[in-house]
Design a protein around this ligand. Structure first.
Ligand SMILES: CC(C)(COP(=O)(O)OP(=O)(O)OC[C@H]1O[C@@H](n2cnc3c(N)ncnc32)[C@H](O)[C@@H]1OP(=O)(O)O)[C@@H](O)C(=O)NCCC(=O)NCCS
Length: 157
């Protein structure tokens, strides 16, 4: 018998800091600090969405909306919940929500070696538009990927 776990997406608040920091620590080589998350929480153009499965934080997405452009800053899924559609759902929800209010394009940077993330973004319609050589502190290149509004993979965009 399978048990259905409730899944919700809601904006992050200060109360979620501990859970988000724990998830961030297993997501990146150079994780964001608590101060950086607090800065994002206070930033009027930033929004951090959390996807909860029951009482477990499954993933989060941080994005900035400036004028008609959405910048995706970070997407992280809990290691045990990867490849179960968490990041796709977070991205699609953000793209749909912003698409309804006039977004023209979404942009992001991704490490050139991060094949999983690149495949995820490509599956949603993002295309590489440039490469920033030596962009990261360890010297790795960043790929800049863009999704034009009319190319959005989701029907709501
Ligand atoms: C990249 C990351 C966010 C993907 O999250 P996820 O929740 O596992 O992704 P989803 O389950 O929504 O995957 C959707 C699609 O993306 C692609 N994809 C995701 N991870 C992949 C991987 N490791 N290898 C190949 N394709 C991958 C697939 O097309 C997948 O669809 P499928 O499972 O039906 O084949 C996750 O691996 C992660 O948190 N990595 C560490 C942090 C990071 O690198 N973030 C991105 C840069 S900020």
């Amino acid at each position: 018998m399978s048990v259905t776990v409730e899944e919700i997406i809601r904006p992050m608040t200060e109360k979620d800091l501990e859970a988000v920091l724990a998830l961030e620590a297993c997501g990146h080589v150079s994780p964001w600090s608590e101060a950086m998350f607090r800065e994002e929480l206070a930033n009027p153009v930033a929004r951090i969405d959390l996807l909860w499965r029951g009482s477990d934080l499954a993933g989060f997405l941080c994005a900035w909306r400036v004028s008609d452009e959405l910048s995706i800053l970070s997407v992280v899924t809990a290691p045990l919940m990867r490849r179960t559609g968490v990041a796709r759902r977070l991205l699609m929800q953000a793209l749909e929500r912003n698409g309804r209010s006039g977004m023209v394009r979404a942009l992001l940077e991704v490490r050139s070696s991060n094949c999983g993330a690149i495949a995820l973004y490509a599956s949603l319609g993002f295309r590489q538009v440039s490469r920033r050589r030596g962009y990261y502190q360890d010297g790795e290149d960043a790929l800049v990927m863009e999704l034009r509004y009319q190319h959005c993979a989701s029907s709501g965009c």
